[in-house]
Design a protein around this ligand. Structure first.
Ligand SMILES: Nc1nc2c(c(=O)[nH]1)N[C@H]1C(S)=C(S)[C@@H](COP(=O)(O)O)O[C@H]1N2
Ligand SMILES: [Mo]
Length: 270
């Protein structure tokens, strides 16, 4: 198996059929359409205009790009790899298949926490910023029904609503070419996950604030949690306190306890 194949999400046959039966508005189609606009938008914004975007494509073969431009170009290609390849999307399901979610894992979930006083801290190599939940709710909204899998062996079909992490980063101009990883931790820093940048920018990786049509409860991670259907439950951190973009592989709570750092479904773990 080459690396490309390993990275692909395994889509069970019955799910593929279910997808075909969904109408024009299926999430996969919506995501692909939106993604196309986004990728183009991202390229144009970061390179400062269509003329220079064209120039970078045509001069690529000459191999004499200034390193900064090359970096940005490579970076956008990484984003595009997911956005243009529907096989790399996790399967989605009809809403009727959703079930109540277990509550599992309470590390960093101290009872005394007040969701109303919450702010999100963001850090990258250039800046640090603070965001309110209102600012996050103004960003593009994605609703999706995906399977949530815990390494303990249970799984649930869950409906989520939130904004793609990609949109949060892109719309707030927080992406930097040196960002290779995202580190996310709870406000008390007791629970923390590391995510590779490609998975972080995946269109189904959400900063979620609703679950099964209700605002997130405290136990499920209010006011904001990560939902990343490409990865096992352990990576779906509840109660996000801080998001940091970094060039170094971040620490990860369950990787420190012997689990695979990537935690990717369809990849060998443990
Ligand atoms: N802050 C925090 N997030 C966490 C955990 C945790 O212990 N603390 N456990 C993880 C694990 S192992 C799972 S399976 C899911 C469970 O999410 P749920 O409680 O919404 O079902 O949360 C993940 N996120
Ligand atoms: Mo889990």
């Amino acid at each position: 198996m080459n690396e490309e194949e390993q990275n692909e999400v395994n889509i069970p046959k019955e799910v593929v059929i279910a997808e075909k039966e969904l109408d024009e508005k299926s999430l996969v189609k919506q995501l692909n359409r939106r993604a196309f606009v986004n990728v183009l938008g991202a390229s144009i914004l970061s390179l400062g205009g269509f003329a220079s975007w064209k120039w970078i494509i045509s001069s690529e073969t000459e191999g004499d790009l200034p390193w900064q431009l090359r970096k940005i170009h490579e970076f956008n290609e990484k984003v595009a790899r997911f956005y243009f390849n529907p096989k790399k999307l996790a399967p989605t399901f009809p809403k009727e298949m959703t079930k109540d979610m277990y509550e599992n894992g309470d590390v960093g979930m101290d009872e005394s926490f007040e969701p109303d006083n919450w702010k999100l801290n963001f850090v990258n190599e250039k800046t640090s910023k603070v965001f309110s939940i209102e600012e996050i709710k103004k960003l593009p909204v994605v609703e999706m029904v995906t399977e949530f899998k815990c390494i303990e062996g249970w799984s649930r079909i869950v409906q989520w609503k939130g904004t793609p992490l990609y949109e949060f980063l892109e719309k707030n101009k927080l992406l930097t070419p040196n960002a290779k990883y995202v580190s996310i931790e709870t406000p008390d820093q007791e629970y923390y996950v590391g995510i590779d940048i490609e998975s972080a920018l995946h269109p189904q990786t959400l900063l979620a604030y609703e679950m099964n049509g209700e605002p997130l409860s405290k136990g499920h991670g209010a006011p904001l949690r990560l939902v990343i259907p490409l990865k096992y439950g352990v990576k779906n951190i509840k109660r996000i306190g801080k998001i940091e973009l970094t060039s170094k592989r971040p620490k990860d709570y369950w990787a420190e306890r012997g689990y695979d750092w990537y935690g990717e479904i369809g990849r060998a773990h443990v």
